[in-house]
Write a protein that binds this ligand. Structure first.
Ligand code: MG
Length: 394
């Protein structure tokens, strides 16, 4: 039987006005969600997701159950944002560690979307179990940036995956091989951005008390700037199941192998010129077809591997596809933003007209929000409050 003890701490930090992080932890599941979106929307997305996931997972405490729970949170956040235009662009990251029973043993499994993180700590050393779904990290994986450049890149905080952006949602799932005494730290980027790996490793392991450790982590993040909401959830394994079965094996059952057809004995063939020509043309035709199919596949992939911000009349729209399209594959509309074109600075309007490419729809949504905010900041500071009163009758 695998068991853990746990402690958690969260703090608004020194700069933000509200805490949009949400968390939950008990003896079977630990969740950290870092909400984003203007006004109170980020708080809505993170709190809502934690509630939905906890309830759904308790009902079906399996890997598939958790994936379905996360998927359900994604759908509900999307639906809620569609029903409330003021919550446009709201979303949340998610990291989850759950103890999941399988074949009589319980194993820790980590689920992840976005740039919140899970670290595993053993003997004072730290290992990051998740890789950020951010523009800069994707560019590192594509070879466009080095890991060092990514650390300071202006788009390192822009997410490529989050709850509340797209349907379907891609979720990273991995099993964790733990031993008694290991700790898992789940945290929002308000912690990981302020502290180095070494600082996190020391603070998360030096105290025997989990409560003291999470407090020390949050205080240190504040001492280093506290520029964002900070959340740390720490669990420590008291006992670990024997007979660990790697999750990958149980998650992706191999399709049954079809029985192999008996091979006919090779029959010696007399060389016949005509037959050889036919055989050769078949091979040539197959190769040509293969090349064409691969080409079509690559083109189709290319046609939709891009997102961009563009203008459609007075509307600012997020598209998936290449501007102008590729052959028959035209860009599709991902979202019409609630910001009309005139609510952008004129230089940005020109940029939007000539389209701005983004690696994901989340990145596009965030960038539109950012540009719109820049326009708002450039406006004369008058507060306009419009109060509509019903005209007196009679
Ligand atoms: Mg954050």
């Amino acid at each position: 039987m695998t068991r853990w003890r746990y402690a958690a701490a969260t703090d608004t930090g020194l700069v933000r006005e509200t805490n949009q992080d949400a968390y939950f932890v008990d003896d079977a599941v630990a969740i950290v969600a870092d909400g984003m979106g203007g006004h109170a929307a980020g708080e809505v997305a993170s709190a809502m997701s934690v509630d939905i996931i906890y309830d759904a997972f308790v009902a079906t405490p399996t890997v598939d159950g958790m994936v379905a729970a996360i998927d359900s949170a994604n759908r509900q956040v999307l639906a809620d944002a569609a029903a409330h235009p003021e919550r446009f662009g709201m979303g949340t990251t998610l990291v989850i560690a759950a103890l999941i029973e399988d074949k009589g043993a319980t194993h820790p499994v980590v689920f992840h979307v976005g740039d919140s993180r899970v670290y595993q700590l053993r003997d004072g050393a730290l290992r990051q179990l998740t890789s950020d779904h951010s523009v800069a990290e994707e560019w590192v994986r594509m070879g466009r940036l080095t890991a060092e450049e990514a650390l300071v890149h202006p788009r390192r905080h822009q997410l490529t995956r989050a709850i509340g952006v797209d349907q379907p949602l891609e979720i990273d799932v991995r099993s964790v091989t733990a031993q008694a005494g290991d700790r898992l730290l789940l945290c929002s980027d308000g912690l990981s951005n302020e502290l180095t790996d070494e600082q996190i490793a020391i603070l998360a392991t030096s105290s025997a008390s989990l409560e003291e450790a999470v407090q020390a982590l949050v205080s240190a993040a504040k001492d280093h700037g506290g520029r964002d909401n900070i959340t740390a959830v720490l669990v420590e394994f008291d006992a670990v199941s024997d007979g660990f079965a790697p999750l990958e094996a149980t998650m992706t059952p191999l399709p049954p192998t079809p029985p192999e057809a008996p091979r006919p004995d090779p029959v010696p063939r007399a060389p016949k010129t005509r037959r050889r020509v036919t055989w050769r043309s078949a091979v040539v035709a197959t190769v040509i077809l293969g090349v064409v199919a691969a080409g079509v596949g690559i083109l189709h992939w290319y046609a939709y591997a891009n997102f961009y911000i563009g203008a459609k009349g007075q509307e600012v729209v997020i598209y998936q596809g290449q501007p102008g399209g590729v052959l028959l594959w035209k860009p599709t509309t991902v979202a019409v933003t609630p910001f009309p074109l005139h609510q952008f600075r004129s230089a940005d309007q020109q940029l939007i007209h000539s389209t701005i490419s983004e690696p994901s729809s989340q990145a596009a949504v965030e960038y539109v929000g950012y540009l719109h905010q820049q326009w708002q900041l450039s406006q004369p500071t008058t507060t306009t409050t419009t109060t509509t009163q019903p005209a007196p009758k009679g």
